[in-house]
Design a protein around this ligand. Structure first.
Ligand SMILES: Nc1ncnc2c1ncn2[C@@H]1O[C@H](COP(=O)(O)OP(=O)(O)OP(=O)(O)O)[C@@H](O)[C@H]1O
Ligand SMILES: [Mg+2]
Length: 354
C-alpha cells in the first residue's frame, strides 16, 4: 500500500493543449478517492501516468515519497480495472487471475494459492474452472478485479469499472468494491461519471476540469461549499439553479428581485446559486408560477417562472401538490444561497442578509 503524490503533473499530446495541465494531489495510504469530471478532462490520462503506461511531459509522481516517473509499468505494482475489462477468452478464470503473476519469481503452487485467496475475497472462487464467456457481466467484472488485486498492488486504479453493468449490479458492485478495498486497505482511485457512485464509495472526491483539479474534498464540502461555479453546477442532481445578477454594494439585483446582502461587496456581475432542495413553498418569498411537475419517486421536481427567472424546486412526496399554472411563493434560507463572481467563477465569501 502506498501514499501517492502527484506534483504539478502535466501531459501534452503533440499539437494539442495539455490533457493534464498541472495536477497536484496527495492521496493518503489506504484512502479511497473518486475522480469526477466531464468527458475529456484528463481523468484516464492521469491514471495512465500513475500506472506507468504514459510518460508525463513534466511533473512528478511519488509512491511513499519515492519518485516513480522512471519506473516502468511492471515495476510499479499498480492494479488496473478499465471499463472494458477484457479477460483472456481462452483461459480459465483461475488462469486469468494468475496471469499477472507469470513474471514473478514465485512457484506455481504459491501463485495458485494467492489467486484462490483473492478469488474468495471477490467471491468468484466457485467459478475458477469456467471460461470468461460462461460468466455474467458482474462475474466477469469481479474476475477483472481479482486479476488487478492478485499482485497485492500498492495502488488500485479503477477507470469507470461499473459503467457496463446494469443498474442493480452496479449497486451490488459498489458495496462489494468498497468492502474489498477496506479489507485489503489498498490505496484506490476510482474514475466515474456517476456522482452518487463517487460520493457513496469514496472518502474524498476530486473534481477535474480542463486538465486541472477544480476542487477536492469530502462530498458534503463540495456540495455545500463549492469553490467555483463549475463545481457548484457539476455536483448535485437535479442541478443547482443559477441566476445572473449584479452586486451593488450590499444589494444583489437579480431580474426584478432586490436581495439584501449581509455585508457589502465589490460591485459587478455575479451569479446567484440556489439548489432545488433549498427552496420551500411558503407564505413569503419569491412569487412563482408552476410550469411543470415531475414526480421522481419520493420527491416531485417542479419548474416555475419566478421573479428571479426560471427556477426548479423539489418537494418531498410521491404525488404533486401543485399543478401547472398554480401560483406559489418560494423561500430559501439565506445560508443555502451561494454567490459567485461571474468573471472568475469563484465563490464569494458573502451571505444573503437574514
Ligand atoms: N493517445 C492520445 N493522443 C492524443 N490525445 C489524447 C490521447 N489520449 C487522450 N487524448 C486527449 O487528452 C484529453 C484527455 O483525455 P482523457 O482520456 O484523459 O479524458 P477523460 O477525462 O478520461 O474522458 P472520458 O470521461 O471521456 O473518459 C482529451 O482531449 C483527449 O482527446
Ligand atoms: Mg476516460
Amino acid at each position: 500500500m502506498a501514499r501517492v503524490e502527484l506534483k504539478n503533473l502535466r501531459k501534452e499530446w503533440l499539437g494539442a493543449t495539455a490533457a493534464v495541465a498541472g495536477v497536484d494531489l496527495a492521496i493518503e495510504d489506504g484512502a479511497f478517492v473518486a475522480v469526477l469530471g466531464p468527458s475529456g478532462c484528463g481523468k484516464t490520462t492521469t491514471l495512465m501516468m500513475l500506472a506507468g503506461i504514459y510518460q508525463p511531459t513534466s511533473g512528478e509522481i511519488t509512491f511513499d515519497g519515492a519518485r516513480v516517473n522512471d519506473v516502468e509499468a511492471r515495476g510499479r505494482n499498480v492494479g488496473i480495472v478499465f471499463q472494458s475489462y477484457a479477460l483472456y477468452p481462452n483461459m480459465s478464470v483461475l488462469d486469468n487471475i494468475m496471469f499477472p503473476l507469470r513474471f514473478k519469481t514465485i512457484e506455481r503452487a504459491d501463485a495458485e494459492r494467492r489467486a484462490r485467496e483473492i478469488a474468495a475475497l471477490v467471491r468468484v472462487d466457485v467459478l475458477l474452472d469456467r471460461r470468461p464467456s460462461q460468466l455474467s457481466g458482474g462475474q466477469q467484472q469481479r474476475v477483472a478485479l481479482a486479476r488487478a488485486l492478485v499482485k497485492r498492488p500498492h495502488l488500485l486504479l479503477l477507470d469507470e469499472p461499473l459503467s457496463n453493468l446494469d443498474a442493480g449490479l452496479r449497486l451490488t458492485m459498489r458495496t462489494e468494491i468498497r468492502r474489498i478495498q477496506r479489507e485489503l486497505g489498498v490505496t484506490t482511485i476510482l474514475v466515474t461519471h456517476d456522482q452518487i457512485e463517487a460520493t457513496t464509495m469514496a472518502d474524498r472526491v476530486v473534481v477535474m476540469n480542463g486538465g486541472r483539479v477544480e476542487q477536492e474534498g469530502a462530498a458534503d464540502d463540495l456540495y455545500e461549499r463549492p469553490d467555483t461555479l463549475f463545481v457548484a453546477s457539476f455536483i448535485g442532481s437535479p442541478p443547482i439553479n443559477l441566476f445572473d445578477g449584479n452586486a451593488d454594494s450590499s444589494v444583489l439585483n437579480v431580474h426584478e428581485a432586490r436581495i439584501p446582502l449581509a455585508e457589502s461587496v465589490r460591485g459587478g456581475p455575479v451569479v446567484l446559486g440556489i439548489r432545488p432542495e433549498s427552496l420551500q413553498v411558503g407564505d413569503g418569498g419569491t412569487p412563482a408560477r408552476v410550469t411543470a411537475a415531475e414526480p421522481m419517486g419520493r420527491e416531485v421536481l417542479y419548474t416555475a417562472d419566478s421573479s428571479l427567472g426560471v427556477i426548479r424546486f423539489l418537494e418531498a412526496g410521491a404525488e404533486p401538490r401543485h399543478r401547472e399554472g398554480d401560483n406559489v411563493s418560494l423561500g430559501f434560507s439565506p445560508e443555502s444561497a451561494l454567490i459567485f463572481d461571474k468573471a472568475s467563477g469563484r465563490r464569494l465569501d458573502v451571505r444573503i442578509a437574514a
